[in-house]
Design a protein around this ligand. Structure first.
Ligand SMILES: Nc1nc2c(ncn2[C@@H]2O[C@H](COP(=O)(O)OP(=O)(O)OP(=O)(O)O)[C@@H](O)[C@H]2O)c(=O)[nH]1
Ligand SMILES: [Mg+2]
Length: 263
């Protein structure tokens, strides 16, 4: 029957075509697998370690980013927070007074032989911005609380700010330095070094007198705070890892066999 022949011919050609296709895709797959296998082998044997090559991980020493230290400048308006920050950042004294809203700066410095990155948040001293202080304070690791030695009320403002900081951070031992700025204006001085020192002593924090104008003690103020932050980070990390857990003899045995976590 002619139509039966036609159907048989179609069936044969379909079978032939599908065999040809499956052979081709199998070859293609083989080729792909070959490529992938060769790629993996090459990566395994590669002598140049790369971050994405897990097989050379032990030899790969990535350049770790410098550790970040977050400093916040606080103090009432006009005491010299911005002037101190700009002197530390760019070695420049800004004579004009322009009230700050909030400015942040970042600088790489060498702290006791180790490169670190300092983030400085220069906050607004003006009362208009007092409501947003809590949010800033939460992110800070250390505080330079600045008052002007020529302005009596500015030291009282530091007391209030310290209370706010210790409340927000829920800690009395937060890295904090009391800064008496404008020490170059000695003839206009209203707050003696002794009274500021005794205030700082009561808070168990250091006291440093600075001048953003002459640059006196500017680096000292920032670097002393960075050292205190460093110490506090070290203590925090040590506390996190906690004291070595005492193991029972059974646990010790299991630990030796790898059946119990030794940490
Ligand atoms: N003589 C002298 N003037 C200073 C010193 N530090 C700051 N000033 C001046 O005091 C004024 C206020 O300084 P700023 O640094 O803008 O004060 P601030 O604390 O940032 O003020 P806010 O941004 O409003 O909180 C400016 O005219 C500065 O030039 C200093 O050590 N000595
Ligand atoms: Mg300012």
């Amino acid at each position: 029957m002619p139509w039966q022949n036609t159907v048989r011919d179609i069936r044969v050609s379909v079978i032939q075509e599908s065999r040809r296709l499956s052979l081709r895709s199998a070859n293609g797959l083989n080729t792909q697998w070959g490529k992938i296998r060769r790629f993996i082998a090459a990566r395994k044997n590669s002598t140049t370690p790369t971050p994405s090559n897990p097989h050379r991980e032990s030899e790969w020493k990535p350049q770790s980013a410098p550790e970040l230290y977050k400093i916040i400048m606080v103090g009432t308006g006009g005491v010299g927070k911005s002037a101190l920050t700009l002197q530390f950042m760019y070695d420049e004294f800004v004579q004009d007074y322009e009230p700050t809203k909030a400015d942040s700066y970042r600088k790489k410095v060498i702290l006791d032989g180790e490169e670190i990155q300092v983030d400085i948040l220069d906050t607004a001293g003006q009362e208009d911005y007092a409501a947003i202080r809590d949010n800033y304070f939460r992110s800070g690791e250390g505080f330079l609380c600045v008052f002007s030695v020529t302005e009596e009320t500015s030291l009282d403002a530091c007391r209030e700010l310290r209370e706010q900081i210790t409340r927000v951070k829920n800690s009395e031992t937060i890295p904090f330095i009391l800064i008496g700025n404008k020490s170059d204006l000695n003839d206009r001085r209203k707050i003696s070094s002794i009274s500021a020192e005794s205030k700082a002593y009561g808070w168990k924090v250091p006291y440093i007198e600075t001048s953003a104008k002459t640059r006196e003690n500017v680096d000292k103020a920032f670097f002393d705070l960075l050292r205190i932050i460093k110490e506090s980070k070290t203590t925090e990390n040590a506390n996190k890892s906690g004291p070595a857990k005492k193991m029972s003899p059974v646990e010790r045995r299991l630990c030796c066999c790898g059946l119990f976590s030794c940490r």
